[in-house]
Write a protein that binds this ligand. Sequence first.
Ligand code: 13P
Ligand code: SF4
Length: 389
Amino acid sequence: MGNLVSISGSSTLISTDPPATVRAPEIEPGVGCNFDSYLLVPDNTLDDRIAAAKVRLGEDVVILGHHYQRDEVIKFADFRGDSLKLSFQASEAYARYIVFCGVHFMAESADILRRQHQIVVLPDLNAGCSMADMADIGQVEACWDELASVVDASKIVPVSYMNSTAAIKAFTGQHRGSICTSSNAAAVLNWAFENGEKVLFLPDEHLGRNTGYRMGIPLEQMIVWDPYQELGGNTPEAVRNARIILWKGYCSVHQRFTPEQVARVRREHPGIRVIVHPECRFEVAQAADHIGSTEGIIKAIESAPAGSEWAVGTEIHLVNRLGKALHDRTVISLDPNVCVCTTMFRITPQHLLWALENLGFGNIVNRIAVDERTRYYARLALDRMLALR
Ligand code: 13P
Ligand code: SF4
């Protein structure tokens, strides 16, 4: 009988005795292997090979998986979670290698939080986040200077969503600000208003507005900053009156949900509960019954009574997984057309296998390494958030 490995998120155990179908790794110690040869690896051998590679690495590796990962990948995660939970896991991990099945900003955050001896790997470097890329550091610095020409910048606190580049996190740390995630945005905004009069919220307009509104900030006191317009497209007076300055960024997956879809699903399923991610537009969040981070969505549906019906406004892999796991509840997507995060989807079992087998031979592939100066300031911003735990 071989070792038993726990598959994250459930009590399922799998045997790690290498079955007869496991193929020998096609890499030489110290030489490494090109990813192309993995593209041809047949799917039916991947599970066994991934499990075997993981066992070989033992305590040297921890695999973190975001809820939007595909089933074939997330089943190998030691920890699965939303951005906040995974950032705690990254800060508490001891394993030499942190393999992050998520997107680039998540792996960067893990690298900022890691211990000295740790190395962070993103199985596919093309797994980015279009929202994070919408706030360019040059544009944000220019915005700050423009704001300073109208108001006292020392009274502005930057709050940046976890979905931002390491450079934006460092900017935030340098300017006495904090990071937030979709599950603690209100707590971080409260902290910010104890430390200043205005917040520059980066880069998701919708998370900022949805959270601010729920905290009682009127819509007219939240202005949008368009980096392509002078003073963000605002008058000096609007900037002076604003409490939250919302960067004009959005998630292309969540922005697809509409209030019309909420109305339709209510018509077609009387009594259905609608729960959406706070990256959805304000009108959608207003029309929904509940708003929650990915972890919040899972908890709400898991704790709901059997027989309840849910329409969910978030990425489809999570919605489908919930539907499959909770047989006695109905869980459907708010959007009848599939809403995939195409960048999360880039992490395939082949990529995971390639990364693990290379690590097993001491070949570090796809390392995410943030430079020391950026790490230092970004860590300040992340630590301010983690202190609010
Ligand atoms: P969560 O922190 O809710 O998991 O959200 C991350 C994300 O990228 C949602 O699009
Ligand atoms: Fe980025 Fe949207 Fe994908 Fe989340 S769902 S990782 S915000 S593109």
